[in-house]
Design a protein around this ligand. Structure first.
Ligand code: AGP
Length: 374
């Protein structure tokens, strides 16, 4: 049943819309509700026997390509906050090009939907040679990465057919947030924060159901943008990864040039691109970076930027500086889970842009679902 399109026209469309269910499956049996004698917690059977080693690691190194790398980047802030261990990110090919340092005291996490990506597999071989503890985070039971790592967590998102990864991305973020929760489980001072995130996880599928109602709005936006040459996406903090991933979705399926930009870097170059023609999505949902993003919006508006602002429900008039600005209001969730919500309208936008531009949604030109050659 998973590998037919049901009532959808394309696999990508189906996979975007089944995220409430795929996320539920990802979390099934892993969240413990707690009671008066037992705290809320997370159980990841695959990591249970290795937690001591992971907590004592010199570094947690997350390695992946494309969307899987972006998912790790989205989870980085919460991994840093809860684990108490330095966290670094590596694009697999770049780690190999540099022969970057991997130590035997490191824990290296290999993030891959297919579990078969050549660059990620080669990076795994390299990390094994260097003696690191290697953990797989994949969607494919029995894949090379799950077989060759010391331990791991399956994301259980269900079979993903569309070349553009959508439901695997949100499930990967949730798995890495759960890994952060498990590693930090021995720290009493963060108990309240962890419980709030666990509550947020329980409610996440419902919030994703809510954000999917923006489908028609995103179709209308796609109609407006269909003939554009380029689209910029500005994000920061938890949502820097959302900007990268949103732009990757737009470029890989709709074949429109798109760049995800770290908003903090705006004045160091990208601002020169801004004029009254270039459409710019700014992600400004509520979190510790909100005030800074409001200032970014003001500066882009002062240069007559064509703004599309993604904000938390009810913030539309607060964040939009003028009538020309378009708003995408999304449900607010716990800050570290907000990337799961915020990416959905961008997935929908990429999908509708592709259909309107007449390109192949599920099999974009020149791309393969799993890149098994270097
Ligand atoms: C995702 O939309 C892309 N097609 C691509 O970036 C993909 O995420 C990348 O090739 C990594 O694949 P993996 O997760 O199977 O390792």
């Amino acid at each position: 049943e998973q590998i037919n399109k049901g009532h959808y026209e394309h696999y990508m469309q189906k996979e975007i819309h089944e995220q409430p269910e795929s996320l539920t499956t990802t979390m099934r049996g892993r969240l413990i509700r707690g009671d008066s004698c037992k705290a809320k917690s997370v159980l990841l059977g695959g990591l249970k026997d290795h937690l001591k080693t992971i907590r004592r690691s010199r570094r947690l190194v997350f390695i992946g390509c494309g969307t899987s790398y972006n998912a790790a980047l989205a989870a980085r802030p919460i991994l840093e906050e809860l684990s108490g261990v330095p966290v670094t990110m590596e694009i697999a090919s770049d780690l190999l090009d540099r022969q970057g340092p991997i130590y035997r005291e490191d824990t290296a996490f290999f993030v891959s939907q297919s579990g078969e990506t050549a660059d990620t597999l080669n990076a795994l071989e390299y990390a094994l040679e260097n003696g690191a503890l290697c953990v797989g985070i994949t969607n494919t039971v029995g894949s090379a990465i799950s077989r060759n790592t010391h331990c791991g967590v399956h994301i259980n998102a269900g079979c993903e057919i569309g070349v553009a990864s959508t439901k695997a991305y949100t499930s990967q973020i949730v798995v890495m947030a759960m890994i952060a929760l498990v590693i930090g489980d021995d720290t009493i001072s963060s108990q309240g924060r962890r419980e709030a995130i666990i509550d947020g996880l329980f409610d996440l599928p419902n919030k994703v159901r809510e954000v999917l109602k923006l489908d028609q709005e995103m179709k209308d936006l796609a109609k407006l943008l269909v003939s554009e040459q380029s689209l910029l996406v500005f994000g920061r903090g938890y949502n820097y990864a959302t900007a990268l991933e949103g732009a990757l979705k737009v470029k890989e399926v709709s074949l429109m040039h798109s760049e995800g930009i770290l908003a903090g870097e705006m004045k160091h170059g990208p601002l020169a691109l801004v004029d009254e023609n270039l459409p710019i999505v700014v992600i400004a949902t509520r979190d510790a970076c909100f005030t800074k993003q409001q200032s970014v919006i003001q500066q882009l508006h002062a240069r007559k930027g064509r703004l599309i602002v993604m904000c938390s429900k009810g913030d539309g008039s607060l964040v939009c500086p003028g009538d020309s600005c378009r708003v995408i209001e999304v449900p607010q969730v716990e800050d570290c889970l907000q990337p799961v919500i915020n990416v959905v309208p961008l997935q929908l936008l990429a999908y509708h842009l592709t259909v309107l531009r007449g390109y192949n949604v599920d099999q974009p030109r020149n791309l393969a679902k799993s890149v098994t050659t270097q």
